[in-house]
Write a protein that binds this ligand. Sequence first.
Ligand SMILES: Cc1cc2nc3c(=O)[nH]c(=O)nc-3n(C[C@H](O)[C@H](O)[C@H](O)COP(=O)(O)OP(=O)(O)OC[C@H]3O[C@@H](n4cnc5c(N)ncnc54)[C@H](O)[C@@H]3O)c2cc1C
Length: 274
Amino acid sequence: MEEAKNLGVEDSELHFINNTKIGVDITMEELDKKYDHIVFACGTSLARPLQAKNSDAEGIVYAVDFLTETTRNLLDNKEFKYNLKDKNVIIVGGGDTANDCCGTAAREKAKSIIELEITKEPPLENTLPWPNYPNKKKTDYGVLEANTLMNKDIRRYETTIDEVVKEGNKIKGVYIKKVRFENVGGKVRLVDVENTREYLDCDYLIIAMGFLGTKDEDLKNYKLSANSNRVLLNNFKYNDKISVCGDMKNGQSLVVIAIKDGIDCADYIINKYN
Ligand SMILES: Cc1cc2nc3c(=O)[nH]c(=O)nc-3n(C[C@H](O)[C@H](O)[C@H](O)COP(=O)(O)OP(=O)(O)OC[C@H]3O[C@@H](n4cnc5c(N)ncnc54)[C@H](O)[C@@H]3O)c2cc1C
């Protein structure tokens, strides 16, 4: 909240209530009684799950849980709950979240770091000019740190988890496999590439495969309905008193898009009440 105050938001104008979960610590009924308008900008809480044999093994951790806990441990000067030092770490996913996990694993001095990305390796030169999203291989800070520590490119493209191998309850390794997106009769399908199964030792499997929307329990607490966990709206209006914006409305996206959405949502509310 300090950042918001530093940007010029005055406490007298706006009231910050920290450490408070909407729908749990304050019910929707209480909010409804107290305020004229409510904006939900709660991001995306539901991570895409790993669907592989033994995906309940100890040592499989979702990226946001891992990053949140590690940051908390650092700030509180506590021993890391997820201690990756000298461990074999595999990160599933190739986006910004996975990149943060690669950087964290490198800083914790993991023994090995491998990142699995389901899509094809992009070319070094961009093939899709602006305003398209560029089709170009980029190496962000986290992957760069991990590449430097491992002395090689840690990324394996068109690769995913086939099976998790457990010892007792704990993860011991994984079988990975090569996959390919194929266009079959106008429909894109993910197909396995035959005879590509490979075993890798793994102590920590970090899942960073994207976000599907808002968790069922959160939607229930917010008393909002959704379609496949997404609150889909054409503009910001959920009903006369409730607006939704940012990732919670658009699905997982980028910081700049969330900022623009927040500004547009504020305009929508100003116009509505003026
Ligand atoms: C690990 C990670 C790395 C990323 N890296 C990048 C990147 O490098 N570049 C980029 O452009 N984008 C990145 N993104 C995406 C970017 O963070 C999001 O698109 C953006 O933050 C969405 O903004 P938002 O305001 O909609 O939601 P969020 O930024 O997710 O904010 C939601 C807020 O709501 C709060 N909240 C949730 N539920 C409740 C509740 N019940 N009560 C009260 N408060 C609640 C949360 O604590 C949070 O503060 C990353 C995302 C993740 C998870």
